[in-house]
Design a binder for this molecule. Structure first.
Ligand code: ATP
Length: 184
């Protein structure tokens, strides 16, 4: 099972590319998309939980192997990956867990809470990101994928300027952002 955590503010095409590539190259049965509540280590998202979930649901609609897991959005939920993985490990003792990460997140792993425990609980599967190449070696699986120059920050900036998001997010997500005037 793949685990793809993120702020998804908004979900975008690189997230979908990571998920699809992970399904194929790692032979996964399922991907759990886990939106963060209040991140432990970064600025809070701009869009509401409601909107982030709505966009995520639109983006993965029709993909039976993708599931949204809301545990990090619950009141008093821990924002730390180690706590989410500990819970998932206990719930799914038979499953092999793969934590899917962009190169930027992987580069900051040492500053996470209990990185060694994170790596004990799940295999890390890392995707290169422009500006964040990943060097082979170490314990992570480096998943081959052409780096995609797509980021939620850039998408928010484009939306704020009223520019097209075509090719950056799925059409349904672009429509949702436009109709609800998100990031303006
Ligand atoms: P922001 O620009 O707001 O920091 P983001 O684009 O990094 O957002 P997140 O929801 O924070 O989006 O990312 C969730 C996960 O997806 C993280 O592990 C991140 O590294 C990874 N990811 C996002 N965009 C890419 C990309 N273009 N290439 C590889 N990994 C990515």
């Amino acid at each position: 099972m793949g685990i793809l955590g993120g702020t998804f503010d908004p979900v975008h095409n690189a997230h979908l590319a990571i998920a699809g590539t992970a399904m194929r190259t790692l032979g996964l049965d399922k991907i759990l998309w886990i939106p963060t509540g209040k991140p432990g280590y970064r600025k809070p998202p701009l869009a509401s939980v409601y909107d982030r979930l709505a966009m995520l649901a639109l983006a993965i609609k029709g993909e039976p192997d993708y599931e949204i897991d809301r545990r990090e959005l619950e009141a008093n939920a821990s924002p730390y990956t180690v706590d989410t993985l500990t819970a998932l490990r206990a719930e799914r003792p038979q499953d092999e867990l793969y934590l899917l990460l962009g190169g930027d997140q992987y580069a900051s792993l040492r500053r996470w809470r209990q990185p060694a425990e994170v790596m004990r609980l799940a295999r890390l599967a890392v995707f290169a990101r422009p500006g964040h190449a990943v060097a082979p070696g170490g314990d992570a699986i480096i998943v081959p994928m052409a780096p995609l120059a797509v980021s939620a920050s850039e998408i928010r900036a484009r939306a704020a300027r009223g520019e097209s998001l075509a090719g950056l997010v799925p059409p349904a997500v672009a429509n949702y952002i436009a109709e609800n005037r998100l990031y303006r």
